[in-house]
Design a protein around this ligand. Structure first.
Ligand SMILES: NC(=O)C1=CN([C@@H]2O[C@H](COP(=O)(O)OP(=O)(O)OC[C@H]3O[C@@H](n4cnc5c(N)ncnc54)[C@H](O)[C@@H]3O)[C@@H](O)[C@H]2O)C=CC1
Ligand SMILES: O=C(CO)COP(=O)(O)O
Length: 341
């Protein structure tokens, strides 16, 4: 069985190594020749996944045709804003038997689509799956115990992908709620930027716990409006991924937030990190989406003001903290349940 992994950044490379270690032949596509040569001849990816030996069953290539044609599974591991363009480029090489597995986390700007919707629109068929969850590439590549979720329309096919990616250090669950799985992965990056900003401002653990807890509340609020099951946000691709991204030094979103909280400009922060910081674009899209649906998302709104309107993070925190007082539990039915009226 051959697998094509498109994108040799941190995550694409880590997944390619995992699959090759399981014995599969993997074609790893990257657009740059120098990186392809480094992988093929030095068996390392020094920019995106330093310190990891690249299995000889991986062949790096700049040819999308050779990575896609003949592969039974095609993994999309490029930044979310490039997914549609990549699908346009691979359209002619894809056949309806292949599984397309998206591992990128984001929302499409302008259309407000989840990535699977953009992929479906370009490839015009429904064999699209998502793999998501709390999984920093550096830890998976070092074989540290990790859990993720596969979601998609067909249960049996999700189970096949579950087997494909499972190892003794990667435990894979399935979940039929693709909307919730995709939204959790995309929206947690915004809150992780906030957690980083909080750290950069010198705030404490209380502040971060508040951000994570109220963050998942607003993610669930928007998710429910968009058709997700709220239980999914209590799982690996919701609170699980939120926890890891808000607390890990591997997180590019959190690291970007720390620098912003310390007063760096967004431009300098992104140049310094040198890898994709998905939360920046996701903030704008989620902020607009919340506006369209009249959904209250105070943390997302605050991050939007910092990133796109030049607000001082301290003023934004003050605005969030001094909003009108609220009940923690929103649904009126829950309040009746507890005997309140
Ligand atoms: N790194 C991680 O631990 C994890 C990342 N992800 C998600 O996977 C996706 C990819 O992330 P990483 O691999 O970490 O990113 P990265 O920043 O390490 O690498 C991105 C790769 O995409 C390439 N790229 C950039 N623009 C491109 C374009 N226009 N066309 C084709 N390729 C392009 C870059 O050259 C690079 O090879 C993101 O959506 C991220 O949120 C998901 C789970 C874990
Ligand atoms: O999604 C991730 C871990 O699950 C990666 O997060 P960052 O993009 O913030 O590094």
């Amino acid at each position: 069985m051959k697998i094509g992994v498109l994108g040799a950044g941190s995550w694409g490379t880590a997944l390619a190594v995992l699959l090759a270690d399981k014995g599969y032949a993997v074609d790893l596509w990257h657009r740059r020749e120098d990186l392809v040569d480094e992988i093929n001849f030095k068996r390392v990816n020094s920019k995106y996944l330093p310190g990891v030996v690249i299995n000889k069953k991986i062949t790096a290539t700049t040819s999308l045709e050779s990575a896609v044609a003949g592969s039974e599974v095609v993994v999309l591991a490029v930044p979310s804003h490039t997914i549609r363009d990549l699908c346009i480029q691979i359209k002619d090489f894809v056949n309806c038997e292949q599984y397309i597995v998206n591992v990128s986390k984001g929302l499409e700007e302008g259309s407000y689509f989840r990535l699977s919707q953009a992929i479906n629109e370009e490839l015009s068929y429904n064999n699209v799956y998502v793999l998501s969850g709390p999984s920093h590439a550096e830890e998976v590549a070092n074989k540290l115990p990790t859990t993720v979720v596969v979601s998609g329309e067909k249960k049996a096919k999700c189970e096949l992908l579950q087997d494909l990616f499972s190892t003794d250090y990667l435990r894979v669950y399935t979940n039929p709620d693709m909307i919730g799985v995709e939204l959790g992965g995309a929206l947690k990056n915004i809150i992780a930027l906030g957690a980083g900003i909080s750290d950069g401002l010198g705030y404490g653990d209380n502040s971060k716990a508040a951000l994570m807890t109220r963050g998942i509340a607003e993610i669930s609020r928007l998710g429910k409006i968009l058709g997700a099951k709220t239980e999914t946000f209590a799982g690996l691709t919701g609170i699980g991924d939120l926890i890891v991204t808000c607390t890990s030094m591997h997180s590019r979103n959190r690291r970007a937030g720390i620098l912003l909280g310390q007063g760096e400009s967004l431009e300098n922060v992104l140049a310094g990190i040198g890898m994709v910081v998905e939360g920046v674009k996701a903030t704008k899209t989620a902020y607009e989406l919340a506006g369209k649906h009249d959904c209250e998302m105070p943390i997302t709104t605050g991050i939007y003001k910092i990133l796109y309107e030049g607000y001082d993070p301290k003023d934004v925190v003050n605005q969030i903290m001094t909003r009108r007082s609220k009940h923690e539990i929103e649904e009126i039915n829950s309040l009746y349940y507890y005997g309140w009226n």
